[in-house]
Design a protein around this ligand. Structure first.
Ligand SMILES: *[C@@H]1O[C@H](CO)[C@@H](O)[C@H](O)[C@H]1NC(C)=O
Ligand SMILES: *[C@@H]1O[C@H](CO)[C@@H](O)[C@H](O)[C@H]1NC(C)=O
Ligand SMILES: *[C@@H]1O[C@H](CO)[C@@H](O)[C@H](O)[C@H]1NC(C)=O
Ligand SMILES: *[C@@H]1O[C@H](CO)[C@@H](O)[C@H](O)[C@H]1NC(C)=O
Ligand SMILES: *[C@@H]1O[C@H](CO)[C@@H](O)[C@H](O)[C@H]1NC(C)=O
Ligand SMILES: *[C@@H]1O[C@H](CO)[C@@H](O)[C@H](O)[C@H]1NC(C)=O
Length: 932
């Protein structure tokens, strides 16, 4: 009984304790309940907002507002914070609408974060200035517009104010900010401050300010402050992406002794970095990239003991790397890429033990790769690419680089000298070794690298059989470039899975490899691959193939084109040129509706161009030259409005050239030479806008040359197909060329006078036809004409005086016609040899030997003065310079273009254009690949 009682008492005590505990916690929770007033205020606030993803659905009058998402109360149930930002990756969509003044009921609110929402066209409400308790206000990236209300200056407790990236915000003056005496963090990025000359004065009066972000504020002048600016606590100063276009003012370095981060990147700063930069004794992060700074780097940078990140890339610093840099023992990132640094890499760099990123790419550094770089055991990224460094790199250089993930040594004169059994201590992800000496043996050490994503070894001097493990090994890689080596091996049974594969210009043989549906670019041009292409195309009926660039050109493929094109509808660029392919162009190619270029030249295709190709309406480049195609050129081809290059030369096309051709307003190359075309040349050619110079390529770089992608980068070089000799030298000028070649046909009738309105045309070849009539009088208006060939026709009459206005003309052939009369005297026309005029027995005057009779003199003088002024004025300066003048003049655009004969230049041009398109498309793909 006693035991029973005792047990009961114990139970009682226990249960009382539990009850007590329970009521205590309940009381605490009750205390957390928000007041009805605050809840109603929040409900009104919600009411004003549009909430497309219903993230405020649990904000209802049935629940405690302290439990609502985005609301934070303190222990006594006062609403302290509202956090409704929509950061990237958030499951919610942006809020918009109106911010209700009901927020004023939240007397204790100290944090309001509405950043990354969509309050577009809404002004910042001025009542926010009455939220007295506010310490933290973030309205950044939310589309607010209009004047920033000065009432915000009443928030005397405010410590953090972020109004950044509301691009339509206006600031009329900054004086209200000086009242924010507690402010520690201020971000006004994206607002226009270029009229606020006193911003520095005003902001430096904020005694607690420690971070100031004024990125993209259109500030163009850091004039010296009127009074000494006195930031006693400033740690972060961000003035990046402004228009600062003067020297870095020295006083900037005395602004604050507490500065930890100074960001001036992407301005137009000029001149040298002042020695006094060493005053920034606490600086950890200094970013001056993308400016126009020049001269030598000051040694005093080496005194910044705490520096962790130093980015001086993309300026024009010209000097050796100062050896005091080796004292920067805290440095984690050193980026000096894209400058003109010369000299050697200091041996003392071995002291940079904390270095993780060393980027010295694109400079003129010389000498060996110092052994000491190999002691930087924390290095993750080493980029020495595009330098003049030379000499060998040995295993010993890498022994301590255990953490290395990116090795970028492309475009140097360095070569790797390691044993075949070398096992690197690192696992690389990015291996960029193009135009870098690896060969002649295939690098066996790659075999144990199991994390590689990008491997480029183009022009690496490898002359070896690709080992059997390699192709399996590539299945993990995204980007593979082995082009321009002497690699051999049989591709017949290999399977490739990389997104981008470039095996071009090697010695591969066998039949075509098979590829997975992931492959986007496959380039095996310039090898010795044989067999038919049907097995490649027809094996993948069920897959959604991503292949957009396919280049099999310059191999020994034979057979027909098969009927499986329906499986390859992502193709944009297809090059099968220079093989032994035959048969007809199949109807199923019409499925390639994305196609922009189709190159089938130099094969043995016969039959006609199928009408299904009409579906490929975005086509820009068509080359079917040197085949046995016949029948008429279909009319729909003239309706391909994006067509820039049409080359059908050396086939058996017949029929006439209809007037519809004049609709091709983007055409820059029209080559129909060496066919059996008859009829006359349409007299509407002047409708072709690009040829007529009405469509300015330069004004339109994106739609034609994708100019912005041609800025220097490694991919431009390594992805170019089949670089041939000095062809690269005129890459960028070729887009200027305009050409019409209708030679070796059966065209008759007169040369239409409209042709002289093609003022952008550079090459015109109408030779070997049955053309009659005269040379149009106004041809001298084709100011850019460099080559004119009208030979072997029945052209009669006199040579118009205006031809002497063609200042650029370097090739002229009028031979074997019925021209008569005196050759007009000019600097140009006499500079050609007699051969240019031969076979016209009635022509007289220099350079032909026949002298003119009086009668001919008379007619000649009647036509003098016809020309309407030389392009460069009629300066004596050019007299007698002829061809050489033209070459010299053109030289400023293109060094080699004119050093070639017309034919060579012309063929090179076409080859070149192919590379160009290829690069364009590959660059599109590259964008998908991110990081590079
Ligand atoms: C709420 O907490 C306070 C102390 O913080 C206390 O005095 C008060 O009694 C509590 N209210 C309730 C309802 O328990
Ligand atoms: C909650 O906040 C209010 C207002 O600032 C304050 O009076 C109260 O003491 C706070 N309660 C606690 C437990 O911090
Ligand atoms: C800078 O401000 C601090 C504190 O506000 C003050 O003590 C100091 O004298 C000022 N220095 C100058 C040079 O104005
Ligand atoms: C270099 O800086 C200029 C100007 O800021 C910029 O336009 C260019 O894109 C930068 N180049 C590189 C390679 O970052
Ligand atoms: C680096 O270039 C500058 C300017 O061209 C030149 O004066 C200097 O001699 C060069 N230094 C070295 C080590 O090549
Ligand atoms: C390549 O991988 C396949 C399957 O994963 C395997 O059967 C084959 O033996 C491998 N080939 C080589 C040369 O390693």
């Amino acid at each position: 009984m006693a035991v029973l009682y005792a047990t009961h008492v114990l139970l009682l005590i226990l249960s009382t304790a539990t009850t007590l505990h329970f009521s205590a916690s309940k009381a605490a929770r009750l205390n957390m309940t928000c007041s009805e007033k605050e809840r109603n205020a929040l409900l009104s606030f919600k009411h004003g907002l549009a909430d497309p993803s219903n993230r405020l659905s649990s904000w209802s009058d049935k629940s405690d507002c302290c439990t609502w998402p985005g609301v934070h109360c303190n222990n006594t149930g006062k609403v302290m914070e509202i956090n409704l930002d929509t950061p990237a990756g958030s499951p919610y969509r942006e809020l918009s609408g109106e911010i209700s003044p009901s927020l004023l009921e939240l007397k204790y609110l100290n944090r309001l974060d509405l950043s990354s929402n969509y309050f577009v066209l809404t002004p910042i409400p001025s009542f926010l200035g009455s939220l007295e308790s506010l310490r933290y206000l973030d309205l950044s990236l939310s589309g607010f517009m209009g004047l920033i209300p000065h009432q915000l200056g009443n928030l005397s407790n405010l410590q953090h104010l972020n109004l950044g990236y509301n691009y339509a915000l206006q600031i009329d003056n900054l004086n209200w900010i000086s009242r924010l005496s507690s402010l520690e963090y201020l971000d006004l990025s994206g607002s226009d401050l270029h009229k606020q000359g006193n911003w520095l004065q005003v902001l430096s009066a904020l005694p607690s300010l420690s971070e100031l972000h004024l990125e993209s504020c259109q500030i163009d002048n850091l004039g010296p402050p009127k009074r000494k600016a006195n930031f006693t606590h400033l740690q972060v100063l961000d003035l990046s992406i402004n228009n600062l276009n003067h020297q870095i003012p020295s006083w900037l370095f005395n602004l604050s002794t507490t500065l930890v981060q100074l960001d001036l990147h992407s301005n137009l700063l000029q001149g040298q970095i002042p020695q006094i930069i060493s005053s920034l004794q606490n600086i950890k992060n200094l970013d001056l990239q993308n400016n126009q700074l020049s001269g030598p780097l000051p040694d005093s940078l080496g005194q910044l003991k705490h520096l962790e990140v130093l980015n001086l890339s993309n300026n024009t610093f010209t000097c050796p790397i100062p050896s005091p840099f080796a004292n920067l023992s805290s440095l984690r990132t050193l980026n000096l890429a894209h400058n003109r640094l010369n000299g050697t890499i200091p041996k003392s760099f071995e002291f940079l033990r904390n270095l993780q990123v060393l980027n010295l790419g694109t400079n003129s550094l010389t000498g060996d790769m110092p052994v000491t770089l190999g002691t930087l055991s924390n290095l993750v990224m080493l980029d020495l690419s595009s330098n003049l460094l030379e000499g060998s790199i040995k295993e010993s250089n890498f022994v301590k680089l255990l953490k290395l993930k990116e090795l970028r040594l492309s475009w140097t004169n360095l070569f790797l000298s390691v044993n075949s059994g070398w096992v690197p201590p690192f696992q690389l992800e990015y291996v960029l070794l193009s135009s870098f000496g690896i060969g002649p043996k295939f690098p066996e050490w790659l075999k144990r690298q199991s994390s590689v994503k990008v491997l480029t070894m183009s022009k690496a001097g490898i002359a070896d059989l690709v080992p059997s493990w390699f192709w399996n090994w590539t299945s993990q890689i995204e980007f593979l470039d082995l082009s321009n080596n002497l690699l051999s091996g049989d591709l017949s049974n290999i399977f490739l899975n990389c997104s981008v594969i470039n095996l071009s210009s090697n010695l591969f043989k066998g039949t075509l490899p098979s590829v997975s549906a992931n492959v986007e670019v496959l380039n095996v041009a310039n090898n010795s691959i044989s067999g038919t292409i049907s097995p490649f195309l027809c094996g993948k009926e069920n897959a959604t193939n991503k292949l957009s660039v396919l280049d099999f050109s310059n191999n020994v493929l034979y057979g027909d084109l098969g009927h499986c094109w329906v499986h390859w509808q992502a193709l944009v660029h297809l090059n099968l040129g220079s093989n032994n392919l035959s048969g007809v162009i199949p109807n199923s190619m019409g499925y390639l509706s994305q196609l922009e270029s189709l190159l089938l030249d130099d094969n043995r295709f016969s039959g006609y161009i199928p009408s299904t190709l009409q579906n490929c309406s975005t086509m820009k480049f068509i080359d079917m030259g040197n085949n046995q195609l016949s029948d008429a050129i279909p009319d729909w081809m003239w309706e391909m409005q994006y067509l820039m290059v049409l080359r059908l030369r050396s086939n058996n096309f017949n029929g006439s050239i209809t007037e519809k051709i004049c609709q091709l307003s983007s055409l820059i190359v029209l080559d129909l030479g060496n066919n059996s075309l008859s009829g006359s040349i349409p007299n509407c050619l002047d409708d072709m806008k690009t040829m007529a110079g009405e469509d300015d390529f330069f004004a339109n770089p994106l739609s034609y040359s994708y100019g912005s992608d041609f800025s220097y980068n490694h991919y431009k070089e390594t992805l170019v197909l089949v670089p041939k000799g000095d062809e690269l030298e005129y890459r960028d000028n070729l887009i200027l060329v305009r050409m019409i070649d209708l030679s070796s046909n059966k065209l008759s009738g007169a040369i239409p006078s409209e042709i002289s309105k093609l003022s952008a045309l550079r090459f015109l070849n109408l030779s070997r036809n049955h053309l009659s009539g005269g040379i149009p009088n106004d041809m001298g208006k084709m100011k850019l004409l460099e080559s004119l060939d009208l030979s072997l026709n029945n052209i009669s009459g006199q040579i118009p005086q205006s031809l002497s206005d063609l200042s650029f003309l370097s090739v002229l052939n009028l031979s074997y016609n019925n021209l008569s009369g005196r050759i007009p005297t000019s600097t140009q026309l006499q500079s050609f040899e007699e051969l240019s005029y031969t076979g016209n027995p009635e022509l007289c005057g220099p350079p032909v030997t026949k002298n003119c009779t009086d009668k001919e003199e008379l007619t000649e003088s009647a036509s003098v003065g016809h020309g309407d002024g030389n392009f460069f004025g009629t300066s004596e300066f050019y007299i007698g310079m002829g061809v050489e003048f033209a070459a010299g003049f053109w030289g400023f655009c293109s060094v080699v273009f004119f050093n070639r004969t017309w034919r060579r230049a012309y063929f090179h041009y076409l080859d070149h254009l192919r590379d160009l398109i290829y690069v364009i498309i590959v660059l599109k793909v590259r964008r998908l690949l991110g990081k590079l």
